[in-house]
Design a protein around this ligand. Structure first.
Ligand code: NAP
Length: 352
Protein backbone atom coordinates (compact mmCIF):
# COMPACT_ATOMS: atom_id res chain seq x y z
CA UNK A 1 0.00 0.00 0.00
CA UNK A 2 2.93 2.37 0.61
CA UNK A 3 3.55 2.88 -3.14
CA UNK A 4 0.09 4.37 -3.75
CA UNK A 5 -0.03 8.17 -4.39
CA UNK A 6 -1.02 9.96 -1.20
CA UNK A 7 -4.69 10.91 -0.81
CA UNK A 8 -5.26 14.56 0.10
CA UNK A 9 -7.23 14.99 3.32
CA UNK A 10 -9.41 17.95 4.26
CA UNK A 11 -10.10 18.25 8.00
CA UNK A 12 -13.33 19.87 9.22
CA UNK A 13 -12.99 21.03 12.84
CA UNK A 14 -9.21 21.14 12.42
CA UNK A 15 -8.64 23.48 15.39
CA UNK A 16 -10.48 21.24 17.93
CA UNK A 17 -9.32 18.50 20.28
CA UNK A 18 -9.92 15.74 17.74
CA UNK A 19 -8.75 17.87 14.80
CA UNK A 20 -5.38 18.40 16.49
CA UNK A 21 -4.98 14.64 17.07
CA UNK A 22 -5.79 14.06 13.41
CA UNK A 23 -3.16 16.55 12.30
CA UNK A 24 -0.62 14.90 14.58
CA UNK A 25 -1.49 11.39 13.33
CA UNK A 26 -1.39 12.48 9.69
CA UNK A 27 2.18 13.82 9.85
CA UNK A 28 4.41 11.47 7.80
CA UNK A 29 1.47 9.16 7.05
CA UNK A 30 2.24 6.70 4.22
CA UNK A 31 -1.19 7.04 2.56
CA UNK A 32 -2.43 10.54 3.37
CA UNK A 33 -1.36 14.17 3.47
CA UNK A 34 -3.24 17.16 4.88
CA UNK A 35 -4.28 19.45 2.02
CA UNK A 36 -7.03 21.65 3.52
CA UNK A 37 -8.20 22.77 6.93
CA UNK A 38 -11.60 24.12 7.94
CA UNK A 39 -13.21 25.40 11.13
CA UNK A 40 -15.83 27.93 12.28
CA UNK A 41 -16.26 31.46 10.99
CA UNK A 42 -14.31 32.58 14.08
CA UNK A 43 -11.23 31.04 12.46
CA UNK A 44 -12.03 31.40 8.75
CA UNK A 45 -9.39 33.16 6.64
CA UNK A 46 -6.80 33.07 9.44
CA UNK A 47 -3.65 30.95 9.59
CA UNK A 48 -3.91 27.66 11.51
CA UNK A 49 -0.89 28.48 13.69
CA UNK A 50 -2.40 31.82 14.69
CA UNK A 51 -5.81 30.59 15.84
CA UNK A 52 -5.35 27.01 16.99
CA UNK A 53 -4.85 26.61 20.75
CA UNK A 54 -2.55 23.58 20.28
CA UNK A 55 -2.87 21.35 23.35
CA UNK A 56 -0.92 18.20 22.45
CA UNK A 57 2.44 17.45 24.06
CA UNK A 58 4.05 17.34 20.58
CA UNK A 59 5.05 20.27 18.36
CA UNK A 60 2.46 21.46 15.84
CA UNK A 61 3.62 20.02 12.47
CA UNK A 62 5.38 22.80 10.50
CA UNK A 63 3.38 21.98 7.37
CA UNK A 64 0.05 23.13 8.84
CA UNK A 65 1.23 26.24 10.70
CA UNK A 66 0.74 28.59 7.74
CA UNK A 67 -2.23 26.85 6.16
CA UNK A 68 -5.36 29.03 5.85
CA UNK A 69 -8.64 27.97 7.48
CA UNK A 70 -11.64 27.56 5.20
CA UNK A 71 -15.36 27.40 6.04
CA UNK A 72 -16.85 23.91 6.53
CA UNK A 73 -18.59 23.79 3.18
CA UNK A 74 -17.62 22.46 -0.23
CA UNK A 75 -15.57 22.87 -2.31
CA UNK A 76 -12.41 22.01 -0.40
CA UNK A 77 -9.12 21.05 -2.04
CA UNK A 78 -8.98 17.38 -1.01
CA UNK A 79 -9.85 13.78 -2.01
CA UNK A 80 -11.49 12.86 1.31
CA UNK A 81 -12.99 14.79 4.22
CA UNK A 82 -12.42 13.80 7.84
CA UNK A 83 -14.87 15.69 10.03
CA UNK A 84 -14.71 16.40 13.77
CA UNK A 85 -17.44 18.99 14.21
CA UNK A 86 -20.13 19.52 16.85
CA UNK A 87 -22.95 17.20 15.77
CA UNK A 88 -25.49 19.93 15.02
CA UNK A 89 -23.00 21.54 12.62
CA UNK A 90 -21.98 18.14 11.22
CA UNK A 91 -25.55 17.32 10.25
CA UNK A 92 -25.58 19.88 7.46
CA UNK A 93 -21.86 20.09 6.64
CA UNK A 94 -21.21 16.34 6.23
CA UNK A 95 -24.24 15.81 4.00
CA UNK A 96 -23.21 18.81 1.88
CA UNK A 97 -19.74 17.32 1.29
CA UNK A 98 -21.12 13.84 0.49
CA UNK A 99 -23.60 15.41 -1.92
CA UNK A 100 -20.74 17.33 -3.55
CA UNK A 101 -18.91 14.03 -4.24
CA UNK A 102 -16.52 13.71 -1.28
CA UNK A 103 -16.11 10.59 0.85
CA UNK A 104 -16.82 11.83 4.40
CA UNK A 105 -15.41 10.12 7.48
CA UNK A 106 -17.15 11.49 10.56
CA UNK A 107 -16.37 11.59 14.27
CA UNK A 108 -19.67 13.10 15.28
CA UNK A 109 -22.95 11.45 16.26
CA UNK A 110 -24.99 13.16 13.50
CA UNK A 111 -25.33 10.11 11.20
CA UNK A 112 -24.04 7.27 13.43
CA UNK A 113 -27.41 5.59 13.86
CA UNK A 114 -28.74 6.14 10.32
CA UNK A 115 -29.58 2.68 8.97
CA UNK A 116 -27.75 3.30 5.66
CA UNK A 117 -24.55 4.73 7.22
CA UNK A 118 -21.82 2.36 8.43
CA UNK A 119 -20.79 2.79 12.07
CA UNK A 120 -17.46 1.30 11.27
CA UNK A 121 -14.89 -0.48 13.46
CA UNK A 122 -12.60 -2.17 10.92
CA UNK A 123 -11.72 -5.10 13.22
CA UNK A 124 -15.42 -5.87 13.72
CA UNK A 125 -17.69 -4.90 10.85
CA UNK A 126 -15.76 -4.06 7.64
CA UNK A 127 -18.62 -5.77 5.73
CA UNK A 128 -20.94 -2.89 6.74
CA UNK A 129 -19.26 -0.94 3.91
CA UNK A 130 -21.51 -3.01 1.62
CA UNK A 131 -24.33 -0.59 2.52
CA UNK A 132 -22.62 2.35 0.73
CA UNK A 133 -24.31 1.84 -2.68
CA UNK A 134 -27.69 1.78 -0.87
CA UNK A 135 -26.79 4.99 0.95
CA UNK A 136 -25.76 6.67 -2.31
CA UNK A 137 -29.04 5.65 -3.92
CA UNK A 138 -31.17 6.66 -0.90
CA UNK A 139 -29.53 10.05 -0.56
CA UNK A 140 -28.84 10.88 -4.20
CA UNK A 141 -25.05 10.90 -3.79
CA UNK A 142 -23.27 10.18 -7.06
CA UNK A 143 -19.69 9.67 -5.87
CA UNK A 144 -19.70 10.83 -2.28
CA UNK A 145 -20.70 8.86 0.81
CA UNK A 146 -20.54 8.99 4.62
CA UNK A 147 -19.08 6.63 7.15
CA UNK A 148 -18.92 7.23 10.90
CA UNK A 149 -16.93 6.03 13.89
CA UNK A 150 -18.39 5.31 17.31
CA UNK A 151 -18.67 7.45 20.40
CA UNK A 152 -15.41 7.43 22.40
CA UNK A 153 -17.01 5.37 25.21
CA UNK A 154 -18.65 2.89 22.84
CA UNK A 155 -15.46 1.94 21.02
CA UNK A 156 -13.50 0.36 23.88
CA UNK A 157 -16.65 -1.39 25.05
CA UNK A 158 -17.56 -2.82 21.65
CA UNK A 159 -14.00 -4.02 20.98
CA UNK A 160 -14.13 -5.94 24.28
CA UNK A 161 -17.61 -7.29 23.48
CA UNK A 162 -17.03 -8.32 19.84
CA UNK A 163 -15.04 -11.52 20.44
CA UNK A 164 -17.47 -12.53 23.21
CA UNK A 165 -20.51 -11.92 21.02
CA UNK A 166 -18.87 -13.89 18.19
CA UNK A 167 -18.01 -16.91 20.38
CA UNK A 168 -20.61 -17.07 23.14
CA UNK A 169 -23.35 -14.56 22.25
CA UNK A 170 -24.33 -11.68 24.52
CA UNK A 171 -27.60 -11.20 26.37
CA UNK A 172 -26.94 -8.17 28.56
CA UNK A 173 -24.19 -5.62 29.24
CA UNK A 174 -23.95 -3.13 32.12
CA UNK A 175 -21.27 -0.46 31.94
CA UNK A 176 -20.18 2.34 34.28
CA UNK A 177 -17.65 4.77 32.80
CA UNK A 178 -15.04 7.10 34.30
CA UNK A 179 -14.40 9.45 31.39
CA UNK A 180 -11.51 11.83 30.75
CA UNK A 181 -11.97 15.58 30.38
CA UNK A 182 -10.54 15.67 26.83
CA UNK A 183 -13.71 13.84 25.79
CA UNK A 184 -15.58 17.11 26.22
CA UNK A 185 -13.42 18.98 23.69
CA UNK A 186 -11.68 22.29 24.44
CA UNK A 187 -12.15 24.18 26.75
CA UNK A 188 -14.69 21.56 27.84
CA UNK A 189 -15.60 21.24 31.52
CA UNK A 190 -14.65 24.26 33.67
CA UNK A 191 -11.69 23.54 35.99
CA UNK A 192 -13.80 24.78 38.94
CA UNK A 193 -16.27 21.98 38.18
CA UNK A 194 -13.89 19.07 37.65
CA UNK A 195 -10.91 19.51 40.02
CA UNK A 196 -11.49 17.54 43.25
CA UNK A 197 -14.73 16.26 41.79
CA UNK A 198 -16.66 13.70 39.70
CA UNK A 199 -19.62 14.73 37.56
CA UNK A 200 -22.19 11.93 37.18
CA UNK A 201 -23.68 13.34 33.98
CA UNK A 202 -22.45 13.63 30.37
CA UNK A 203 -25.16 14.93 28.11
CA UNK A 204 -26.41 12.31 25.62
CA UNK A 205 -23.58 9.86 26.41
CA UNK A 206 -25.53 7.05 28.09
CA UNK A 207 -28.13 7.07 25.32
CA UNK A 208 -25.39 6.68 22.65
CA UNK A 209 -23.56 3.86 24.45
CA UNK A 210 -26.83 2.00 24.96
CA UNK A 211 -27.51 1.70 21.19
CA UNK A 212 -24.22 1.97 19.24
CA UNK A 213 -22.65 -1.43 20.20
CA UNK A 214 -25.68 -3.33 18.87
CA UNK A 215 -25.47 -1.52 15.51
CA UNK A 216 -21.72 -2.22 15.20
CA UNK A 217 -22.30 -5.91 16.03
CA UNK A 218 -25.33 -6.06 13.74
CA UNK A 219 -25.56 -7.12 10.10
CA UNK A 220 -26.40 -5.72 6.69
CA UNK A 221 -29.76 -7.19 5.59
CA UNK A 222 -32.46 -6.00 3.22
CA UNK A 223 -30.72 -2.69 2.44
CA UNK A 224 -30.32 -1.61 6.09
CA UNK A 225 -27.99 -2.29 9.01
CA UNK A 226 -29.90 -4.35 11.57
CA UNK A 227 -28.76 -4.09 15.19
CA UNK A 228 -27.87 -7.17 17.26
CA UNK A 229 -30.55 -7.88 19.91
CA UNK A 230 -28.68 -7.71 23.27
CA UNK A 231 -29.34 -4.98 25.89
CA UNK A 232 -26.86 -2.38 27.16
CA UNK A 233 -27.30 -0.26 30.29
CA UNK A 234 -24.77 2.59 30.76
CA UNK A 235 -23.92 5.08 33.50
CA UNK A 236 -21.36 7.72 32.52
CA UNK A 237 -19.22 9.90 34.80
CA UNK A 238 -16.67 12.65 34.05
CA UNK A 239 -13.52 12.36 36.19
CA UNK A 240 -10.41 14.57 36.52
CA UNK A 241 -8.22 12.53 34.14
CA UNK A 242 -6.73 14.15 31.01
CA UNK A 243 -7.09 11.27 28.48
CA UNK A 244 -8.47 7.72 28.53
CA UNK A 245 -11.94 6.44 29.34
CA UNK A 246 -12.03 3.68 31.98
CA UNK A 247 -15.10 1.40 31.98
CA UNK A 248 -16.36 -1.14 34.52
CA UNK A 249 -18.36 -3.75 32.63
CA UNK A 250 -20.64 -6.64 33.61
CA UNK A 251 -21.94 -9.12 31.06
CA UNK A 252 -24.47 -11.91 30.72
CA UNK A 253 -23.57 -14.41 27.98
CA UNK A 254 -25.95 -16.51 25.86
CA UNK A 255 -23.77 -19.64 26.24
CA UNK A 256 -21.57 -20.67 29.17
CA UNK A 257 -17.86 -19.82 28.95
CA UNK A 258 -14.94 -20.34 31.30
CA UNK A 259 -12.64 -17.53 32.37
CA UNK A 260 -9.85 -19.05 30.23
CA UNK A 261 -12.13 -19.13 27.19
CA UNK A 262 -12.99 -15.47 27.63
CA UNK A 263 -9.34 -14.55 28.03
CA UNK A 264 -8.47 -16.55 24.88
CA UNK A 265 -11.28 -14.89 22.92
CA UNK A 266 -9.74 -11.50 23.76
CA UNK A 267 -6.06 -12.32 23.24
CA UNK A 268 -6.76 -14.13 19.95
CA UNK A 269 -8.95 -11.34 18.56
CA UNK A 270 -7.70 -9.79 15.31
CA UNK A 271 -9.37 -8.56 12.16
CA UNK A 272 -8.95 -7.13 8.69
CA UNK A 273 -6.72 -4.18 9.81
CA UNK A 274 -4.19 -6.60 11.32
CA UNK A 275 -4.38 -8.93 8.31
CA UNK A 276 -3.79 -6.02 5.92
CA UNK A 277 -1.29 -4.38 8.28
CA UNK A 278 -3.03 -1.04 7.95
CA UNK A 279 -0.67 1.71 9.17
CA UNK A 280 -2.74 2.70 12.25
CA UNK A 281 -3.77 -0.85 13.20
CA UNK A 282 -2.57 -2.03 16.62
CA UNK A 283 -0.79 -5.39 16.36
CA UNK A 284 -3.03 -6.60 19.19
CA UNK A 285 -6.43 -4.84 19.29
CA UNK A 286 -7.00 -6.18 22.82
CA UNK A 287 -4.30 -6.35 25.47
CA UNK A 288 -5.18 -8.37 28.58
CA UNK A 289 -3.40 -7.43 31.84
CA UNK A 290 -3.34 -9.75 34.81
CA UNK A 291 -2.07 -7.37 37.53
CA UNK A 292 -4.78 -6.83 40.12
CA UNK A 293 -4.73 -3.01 39.76
CA UNK A 294 -4.69 -2.58 35.96
CA UNK A 295 -5.76 -1.09 33.59
CA UNK A 296 -5.14 2.53 34.64
CA UNK A 297 -5.47 5.65 32.47
CA UNK A 298 -1.89 6.94 32.79
CA UNK A 299 -0.26 3.52 32.44
CA UNK A 300 -2.45 1.89 29.79
CA UNK A 301 -4.12 4.47 27.52
CA UNK A 302 -1.16 4.58 25.11
CA UNK A 303 -1.00 0.80 24.52
CA UNK A 304 -0.67 0.08 20.78
CA UNK A 305 -0.05 3.82 20.17
CA UNK A 306 -3.41 4.55 21.82
CA UNK A 307 -5.21 2.17 19.44
CA UNK A 308 -5.46 -0.91 21.69
CA UNK A 309 -8.15 -1.62 24.27
CA UNK A 310 -6.61 -2.79 27.54
CA UNK A 311 -8.68 -5.16 29.67
CA UNK A 312 -8.08 -6.39 33.20
CA UNK A 313 -9.82 -7.42 36.44
CA UNK A 314 -11.73 -10.28 34.77
CA UNK A 315 -13.78 -12.12 37.38
CA UNK A 316 -17.05 -13.92 38.02
CA UNK A 317 -19.99 -11.61 38.72
CA UNK A 318 -22.44 -12.45 41.49
CA UNK A 319 -25.45 -11.18 39.53
CA UNK A 320 -24.58 -11.46 35.81
CA UNK A 321 -21.87 -13.85 34.50
CA UNK A 322 -18.57 -11.91 34.36
CA UNK A 323 -17.13 -8.48 35.20
CA UNK A 324 -14.03 -6.69 33.93
CA UNK A 325 -12.45 -3.25 33.54
CA UNK A 326 -11.19 -1.72 30.31
CA UNK A 327 -9.50 1.43 29.12
CA UNK A 328 -9.47 3.04 25.69
CA UNK A 329 -7.79 6.31 24.60
CA UNK A 330 -10.74 8.58 23.83
CA UNK A 331 -9.11 11.02 21.39
CA UNK A 332 -7.00 8.33 19.63
CA UNK A 333 -8.96 5.04 19.34
CA UNK A 334 -12.12 6.92 20.32
CA UNK A 335 -11.85 9.58 17.61
CA UNK A 336 -8.86 10.56 15.42
CA UNK A 337 -7.28 7.10 15.29
CA UNK A 338 -10.65 5.47 14.55
CA UNK A 339 -11.18 7.87 11.64
CA UNK A 340 -7.65 7.18 10.36
CA UNK A 341 -8.12 3.41 10.49
CA UNK A 342 -11.44 3.79 8.66
CA UNK A 343 -9.74 5.90 5.98
CA UNK A 344 -6.96 3.31 5.63
CA UNK A 345 -9.55 0.55 5.19
CA UNK A 346 -11.27 2.60 2.47
CA UNK A 347 -7.95 2.85 0.60
CA UNK A 348 -7.36 -0.89 0.98
CA UNK A 349 -10.88 -1.57 -0.34
CA UNK A 350 -10.33 0.70 -3.37
CA UNK A 351 -13.01 3.13 -2.17
CA UNK A 352 -10.63 6.09 -1.92
P1 NAP B 1 -13.81 20.84 20.09
O1 NAP B 1 -12.48 20.71 20.73
O2 NAP B 1 -14.82 21.71 20.75
O3 NAP B 1 -13.61 21.33 18.57
C1 NAP B 1 -14.70 21.66 17.74
C2 NAP B 1 -14.23 22.01 16.34
O4 NAP B 1 -15.39 22.32 15.55
C3 NAP B 1 -13.31 23.23 16.27
O5 NAP B 1 -12.42 23.07 15.20
C4 NAP B 1 -14.29 24.37 15.95
O6 NAP B 1 -13.69 25.44 15.25
C5 NAP B 1 -15.28 23.66 15.04
N1 NAP B 1 -16.57 24.33 15.08
C6 NAP B 1 -17.29 24.68 16.17
N2 NAP B 1 -18.43 25.32 15.80
C7 NAP B 1 -18.41 25.37 14.45
C8 NAP B 1 -19.28 25.92 13.46
N3 NAP B 1 -20.41 26.56 13.81
N4 NAP B 1 -18.95 25.78 12.15
C9 NAP B 1 -17.82 25.16 11.78
N5 NAP B 1 -16.93 24.63 12.67
C10 NAP B 1 -17.23 24.73 13.98
O7 NAP B 1 -14.53 19.41 19.94
P2 NAP B 1 -13.87 17.94 19.76
O8 NAP B 1 -13.68 17.31 21.10
O9 NAP B 1 -12.72 18.02 18.83
O10 NAP B 1 -15.09 17.14 19.13
C11 NAP B 1 -15.45 17.26 17.77
C12 NAP B 1 -16.49 16.19 17.42
O11 NAP B 1 -15.91 14.90 17.66
C13 NAP B 1 -17.75 16.24 18.29
O12 NAP B 1 -18.87 15.84 17.52
C14 NAP B 1 -17.47 15.23 19.37
O13 NAP B 1 -18.65 14.70 19.95
C15 NAP B 1 -16.72 14.18 18.58
N6 NAP B 1 -15.86 13.32 19.39
C16 NAP B 1 -14.99 13.85 20.31
C17 NAP B 1 -14.18 12.98 21.07
C18 NAP B 1 -13.21 13.47 22.11
O14 NAP B 1 -12.64 12.61 22.82
N7 NAP B 1 -12.96 14.78 22.26
C19 NAP B 1 -14.27 11.61 20.84
C20 NAP B 1 -15.15 11.12 19.88
C21 NAP B 1 -15.93 11.98 19.17
P3 NAP B 1 -13.24 26.84 15.95
O15 NAP B 1 -11.92 26.58 16.60
O16 NAP B 1 -13.14 27.76 14.81
O17 NAP B 1 -14.32 27.18 16.94
Amino acid sequence: MSNIAKRRVGILGATGTVGQRLIHMLRNHPLFEVSALAASDRSEGKRYGDVCQWKLPFEMPEGVRNMPLFPCKPPLDCDVVIASLPSDIALEAEAAFAKAGYPVISNSSAYRMAEDVPLLVPEINPDHLDIIPVQQKNRGYEKGYMITNPNCTTIGLVIALAPLQQRFGLEAVMMTSLQAISGAGYPGVASMDIIDNVIPFISGEEEKVEIEPQKILGRVAGGVIESAPFLVSAQCNRVPVQDGHLESVRIKLAQPATMDEIREAWTGFTGVPQELQLPSAPVQPIVVRDERDRPQPRLDRDAGNGMATVIGRLGRDTILDYKFTLISHNTVRGAAGAAMLNAELLVARGML
